[in-house]
Design a protein. Structure first.
Length: 367
């Protein structure tokens, strides 16, 4: 993997590209990933070409060149059905997404230092925020595209993120709660991981969770109980993640022992990784958000809604960095990005980080 910097956005960043070890130069390798991502999102090669700023002929030629180099099919064109990724193409894209998530956290400090050297006045917020957060596609997109607050982000499960905040290892923790969680239950869960009185909370968005299945749902999965049927291979989320907690609660409510499910021990750390495992045929079903199913052209069986929230120490809640963070998440740009992601809903509130009692009361009114 090659690493390089670019200034194509106002906010500088460290970028990386693949050396696939075949007859593709660095530019074509980078453009290939972009074309595959656009195919996955649009389902049409013409739209994919437009999305990466090249002609249909150039995109088609690049795919043919890459398929010849790899000796494998990257996309499948169906009459009247558009264009979709093959299992190999989906696996390449999933690997790229995983690498980006991992390296983004590693390289973020260097990107910020580069920004300070090139255009020091472009930094709006004077403080750097360390964010430990449960993985989310919209948050990852915000980090990658145009955020104007200096952040170091570390993807962790909800449990680990809250515990990291309690230990002082981060400034902000991102976690999610089931929308159905009652006030006392939510308070008990969060309060067992950090002291409620010493922290402030902010609800960012709502997300639809469910079962990700192969396109067309060939196994006819319609409920959580179908995951336990013989012949169904599951891909799980890692222990300590909020999604894993939701999975285990659903299984327990239906009296299903996870150890009896094929693939229950197969754990992935992000929604993209789960979707990639299903798209590539490594699993028949996994748990995640609707947006991940849409990104990988998968079927989706809805199960419920969760609320994605942030927590911060009380003494930081009035800082300029915290106020800037709230403005960004309540701004029209972020709301438009959410509207473009299936299964996402912004939270309509003008409030920033508030004490738990006010936070819980606001959630109760919405429910």
């Amino acid at each position: 993997m090659q690493m390089f910097a670019t200034s194509e956005r106002a906010m500088t960043a460290v970028r990386w590209g693949w050396d696939f070890g075949v007859a593709l130069d660095a530019l074509d390798s980078a453009r290939l990933i972009d074309v595959l991502r656009q195919v996955a999102e649009t389902g049409a090669l013409g739209s994919a070409a437009a999305g990466v700023g090249c002609s249909y002929r150039s995109a088609w030629g690049l795919l043919n060149q890459a398929e010849a180099a790899f000796g494998k099919t990257l996309v499948i064109k169906g009459r009247g059905r558009g264009t979709r990724l093959s299992a190999f193409g989906a696996a390449l894209l999933a690997l790229d997404d995983e690498a980006r998530l991992t390296l983004a956290a590693l390289h973020a400090p260097w990107a910020s230092r580069l920004q300070e050297i090139i255009t020091p006045k472009a930094v709006v917020a004077p403080e750097r925020l360390r964010i430990a957060a449960s993985h989310d596609l919209a948050l990852a997109d915000w980090i990658e595209n145009g955020r104007r607050v200096r952040v170091d982000v570390f993807w962790k499960g909800s449990d680990e993120a809250l515990q990291a905040l309690a230990r002082g290892e981060c400034d902000v923790a991102g976690f999610h709660l089931p929308a159905s969680a009652a006030g006392p239950a939510a308070a008990a869960w969060v309060g067992s991981r950090l002291a409620l009185p010493g922290h402030r909370f902010f609800e960012v968005m709502q997300r639809e969770h469910g079962i990700l299945v192969q396109r067309g749902n060939p196994l006819g999965i319609t409920a959580i109980t179908d995951i336990a049927q013989p012949g169904v291979r599951m891909v799980n989320r890692q222990r300590g993640s909020g999604t894993r907690s939701m999975i285990d609660q659903l299984l327990a409510a239906n009296r299903i022992d996870g150890r009896e499910i094929s693939g229950y021990a197969h754990e992935e750390f992000t929604h993209d990784a789960v979707a990639g495992a299903v798209a590539s045929g490594q699993a028949d079903a996994g748990f995640g958000i609707r947006a991940a199913a849409g990104r990988y052209d998968l079927g989706f069986v809805p199960l419920g809604i969760d609320r994605y929230c942030l927590a911060m120490r009380s003494q930081m809640a009035g800082s300029e960095a915290a106020r800037h963070l709230v403005r960004r998440f309540q701004g029209e740009t972020f709301r438009r990005r959410l509207a473009a992601l299936p299964g996402y809903l912004p939270v309509a509130t003008g409030r920033g980080f508030v004490a738990w009692r006010s936070f819980a009361a606001a959630r109760a009114r919405k429910e």
